[in-house]
Design a protein around this ligand. Structure first.
Ligand SMILES: CC(=O)SCCNC(=O)CCNC(=O)[C@H](O)C(C)(C)COP(=O)(O)OP(=O)(O)OC[C@H]1O[C@@H](n2cnc3c(N)ncnc32)[C@H](O)[C@@H]1OP(=O)(O)O
Ligand SMILES: O=C([O-])CC(=O)C(=O)O
Length: 449
């Protein structure tokens, strides 16, 4: 493809830049909660949910005080949930999906039956692989996923039926089919854009969700149990994050119009792709590549600190001043998901003999907190779920273009629970207000302008 010539748009872009400025003071004057945030940085309360609780500060006389992060799925602490299935050396994703959707833990029998049901939902409709994935691949798997989900509408005999049973059927189908949509989309991309050989393994309904994904991804279908358990943990940790995260909130907004499930999920996917949200997991690894390129000695603390200072001063990496994988809209001292993933990243790094790299991530995380606090007058940021996720995926040999799609594959569980909750309990179209700050102007006829 030829690079685009945008020079013909220069006069229009200068109109855009001059006619769209909104002075900061106006937000205060009109009491507008910019970014749906209160002036102290906390989120404006816009909804109620049973599904996920994200907690990162306590209010003390009207002032938010940082505390260790807490995440609960349907009331159950994420540390307890993870410990529960890890202690029994079993996978946790199917159990988590059941919990998020139905609001209670499954019995042993329910879990077995539900896992088998999800596995039966796994098969893509006849012709979908050939007509949707292979005929029109994309260099970006998130972009492809939105098209795949949108295309499923045409394969559904009742796409617009928003009754609870039908939406549940659509959600279970999407949760179960995401691994194949991601893996096949990736193989098509490699074949058509990178001239690699094409293989599309058939799915097996005897494998667990995570095993099915790994077996579809790898040429020899093989994986080691340690790898499958760590990836399953990543799926569980990415499955849900309350109603206020950008993609889930988008899903609530779109679902509140009573549109179909496929449209609502496409909207959530588009939100998740952004590098300030789910796209951050790939950005972290790209940023860390740049760190490794510019730092000669990975254990030299001064070199690491110099790089982070440059990053914050917009002199390094993408020059946006952001440290990817650090900071969170709710968490302050810690993101529990990052704690759990970091522990597994360390174990995996030992197993894969990449301890030196783990150590670099660890130092980078520590100094990022410290230098950000110095620069931002003691404001605290912590590593978020994305900081160690990409490193874990890289150690599992998962290609970088799949990091954000894997987030989507996991979050499909939470989005499903929230869509059903919005349809059952919402009942009102979400429609906030915007104040127009343009002065009234007269229409001037063309020959007098
Ligand atoms: C799964 C997820 O979506 S987790 C988040 C993934 N995203 C990232 O890792 C990208 C890097 N992090 C960020 O961009 C931010 O921390 C976000 C988007 C996650 C949260 O943003 P906010 O809620 O606005 O952050 P918060 O209110 O705590 O801090 C605001 C200030 O700190 C700055 N800040 C926050 N995080 C960072 C960071 N990682 N690097 C540099 N500056 C940061 C903001 O730019 C902002 O500065 P300003 O007031 O001068 O504009
Ligand atoms: O809660 C947020 O704003 C972002 C986040 O961590 C998630 O969606 O997992």
């Amino acid at each position: 493809m030829q690079p685009k010539d945008l020079s013909q748009l220069t006069p229009f872009t200068s109109y855009l830049e001059t006619n769209n400025v909104i002075p900061n003071e106006l937000y205060t004057e009109y009491n507008v909660k910019r970014g749906l945030r209160n002036t102290d940085g906390t989120g404006v309360l816009v909804g109620l949910t049973h599904i996920g609780e994200v907690h990162g500060y306590v209010m003390d006389e009207g002032v938010p005080v940082p505390v260790e992060g807490r995440l609960r799925y349907r009331g159950i602490d994420i540390f307890d949930l993870v410990e529960g299935f890890q202690k029994e050396n079993r996978y946790g994703f199917e159990e988590t999906v059941f919990l998020l959707l139905f609001g209670q833990l499954p019995t042993k029998k329910e879990l077995e039956e539900f896992s088998a049901l999800l596995a039966r939902y796994r098969q893509l409709p006849d012709g979908f692989k050939e007509n949707i994935i292979l005929k029109s691949p994309s260099p970006n798997i998130m972009n492809l996923l939105t098209r795949e989900v949108s295309a499923l509408y045409a394969y559904d005999p009742e796409p617009d039926d928003i009754s609870v049973a039908n939406v549940l059927d659509q959600c279970l189908q999407l949760i179960a089919q995401f691994p194949a949509m991601v893996a096949y989309g990736y193989h098509a991309k490699r074949h058509y854009y990178e001239n690699e050989s094409l293989f599309l393994h058939h799915q097996s309904d005897r494998l667990a969700h995570v095993e099915n994904f790994l077996s579809l991804l790898r040429p020899n279908r093989e994986f080691d149990p340690i790898e499958a358990h760590i990836l399953d943990l990543a799926f569980v940790l990415h499955a849900e994050h309350g109603g206020g995260n950008n993609s889930t909130f988008t899903l609530h907004v779109v679902s509140s119009t009573n549109t179909d499930t496929y449209s609502a999920i496409v909207a959530a996917l588009c939100s998740l792709k952004g590098p300030r949200h789910g796209g951050a997991n790939a950005e972290v690894v790209n940023m860390m590549d740049d760190v490794k390129k510019h730092i000669k000695d990975w254990s030299n603390e001064n070199e690491i600190k110099d790089y982070i200072r440059k990053l914050l001063n917009k002199e390094a990496y993408d020059r946006r001043g952001l440290i990817y994988g650090m900071g969170h809209a709710v968490y302050s001292l810690s993101d529990p998901r990052a704690i759990l993933l970091k522990k597994k990243a360390e174990e995996l790094a030992r197993y894969k003999k990449r301890e030196e790299e783990f150590h670099l991530y660890d130092l980078f995380e520590r100094f990022s907190r410290q230098l950000f606090a110095e620069k931002a007058k003691n404001k605290i940021i912590c590593a978020n779920v994305d900081f160690y996720a990409g490193f874990v995926y890289d150690m599992l040999g998962i290609p970088r273009e799949l990091y954000t799609p894997l987030f989507a594959l996991s979050r499909m569980a939470g989005w499903s629970a929230h869509r059903l909750e919005e349809l059952i309990a919402g009942g009102r179209i979400i429609r906030p207000a915007y104040k127009c700050i343009s002065e009234p102007k007269e229409y001037v006829p063309l020959d007098r302008r």
